[in-house]
Design a protein around this ligand. Structure first.
Ligand code: SME
Length: 156
């Protein structure tokens, strides 16, 4: 199965999982749990939501993580500031990378956008270098789009 097919199936499963609920916390928690259960070689999957000029930790699966990240800092803050998906094959070469779990070696971060506003990011970490590629970035953008479609984002 190609990554494109894998993420198409995962997005359909996410749509079914979130179908009867619009609550932000519940849907973010179930999205993180689905990603963590279904993606191989992932040691952290979860959300940060924007609070002013910072990102604040949201629902996730994995080890406890840093709670506040300034916009523009680390992989998450950079993706949020640039409003761009970032695929980082080796986090140790990313200037300003924030190490939450020492096991993490690669990372992908997808911004959550509502028009021009950045509401937060979806972040996945892997212990395997080069675990994520552009197809994962695009697939996770599809997952974020489904999450946004299914969720009441008004109080982010
Ligand atoms: N590594 C991230 C911080 C968040 S944790 O990976 C969960 C970063 O550099 O933004």
């Amino acid at each position: 199965m190609s990554k494109r097919e894998f993420f198409a199936e995962l997005a359909a499963d996410l749509a079914a999982l979130l179908a009867d609920e619009r609550d932000l916390i519940a849907n973010a928690a179930n999205t993180a749990a689905l990603l963590f259960a279904r993606l191989d070689q992932v040691n952290w999957a979860g959300f940060y939501f924007r609070r002013g000029e910072q990102l604040v930790l949201g629902p996730f699966q994995g080890k406890p993580a840093c709670v506040r990240i300034a916009l523009g800092r680390g992989v998450c803050g950079t993706a949020a500031l640039r409003r761009q998906t970032l695929v980082v094959p080796n986090v140790h070469e990313f200037p300003g990378h924030i190490a939450c779990d020492a096991a993490s070696n690669s990372e992908v971060v997808v911004p959550i956008l509502h028009g021009e506003r950045v509401l937060g990011v979806l972040d996945l970490d892997s212990p395997v270098r080069g675990r994520f590629d552009a197809a994962d970035g695009q697939g996770l953008e599809r997952i974020v789009a489904e999450f946004c479609r299914a969720t009441d984002l008004d109080y982010v």
